[in-house]
Design a protein around this ligand. Sequence first.
Ligand SMILES: Nc1ncnc2c1ncn2[C@@H]1O[C@H](COP(=O)(O)OP(=O)(O)OP(=O)(O)O)[C@@H](O)[C@H]1O
Ligand SMILES: [Mg+2]
Length: 244
Amino acid sequence: MSGELAIDVKGMTKQFDGVIAVNAIDLQLRRGEICGFLGPNGSGKTTFIRMLCGLLRPDGGSGSCLGFDVIRESEAIRKEVGYMTQRFSFYEDLTIAENLDFVARMFSLPGRKAAVAESLEQLGLAGRRNQLAGELSGGWKQRLALAACMLHRPQLLLLDEPTAGVDPKARRDFWDRIHELAGAGITVLVSTHYMDEARRCHNLAYLSYGNLLVHGTPDEIAGDATLEEVFIRLTEASTDNYQP
Ligand SMILES: Nc1ncnc2c1ncn2[C@@H]1O[C@H](COP(=O)(O)OP(=O)(O)OP(=O)(O)O)[C@@H](O)[C@H]1O
Ligand SMILES: [Mg+2]
C-alpha cells in the first residue's frame, strides 16, 4: 500500500446527463481512519463512494484505493472493499444465516461455513440465525448488513448511511463496532446525516453540489460553533453561489 494511505485520489469527477454530481474531489484517508462523509441530499456522497469501489466509472480523476489504481484495477479493489449500500438489500424470505451463506457463495469464500459461523458470533447474531431477514428490526437488519459486508475480511469499509432509521442504542452499538474495526486497521468511509455520528469520526468531509467544501477533524471544522451550525452556513453559502 502506498505509505499508510488507504485512499489517495485526485480530481474525481462524475456527470450525469451533463450535470455534475461529483466535481473534482481530492481525498486522502489514512489506514485505520474513520472519515465521515456529510452533505445535503444529492450532494454526491453515494456517487463518490460508488466510484471508489469501481461500481461507477469516473469521468475524470486518478489515484489509488488500497494501493490499486482506482480506474484500472477496480476489480482488485472490489475484492478488498466492504460496501454497505444505502438501502437494506437482502432476501427477506431467507434467514440471517442463509443470507450470509448466500453472500459467502457470491464471493466464493474459502471455508464458507466457518466464516459464516464466525461472523454470526462476532456480531451477536448467532441466537437469531434462523430468523427471517424480513422480520428483523432496523438495528438488527443493519447488523446483518455489516456482517455481510465484512464476511470476506475487507481492508476498507464504505458505509452509505448505515444507520438511517435505526434507534439510538443500536446506532451507538454500531459505532462502537466501527471503532473496534478501525482500531484493527480497517479504514472506514461512512456517510451520515447524524451530527452525533459525525462527532465520532476522526475526520469529516463535507460536500455540497458535488464540491468538497471542507475536510478536517470535527473540532477543526466546528471551532466555537456546533458542527450543525457550520454545515448549515456552508450549505447556504454554496446554494447562493450555485449556478446550474
Ligand atoms: N444513476 C444516476 N443517474 C442520473 N443522476 C444520478 C444518478 N445517481 C445520482 N444522480 C444524481 O447525482 C447527484 C448526486 O447524487 P448522490 O446520490 O450521489 O447524492 P447523495 O449525497 O448520496 O444524496 P443522499 O444524501 O440523498 O443519499 C444527484 O443530483 C442525483 O440526482
Ligand atoms: Mg446517498
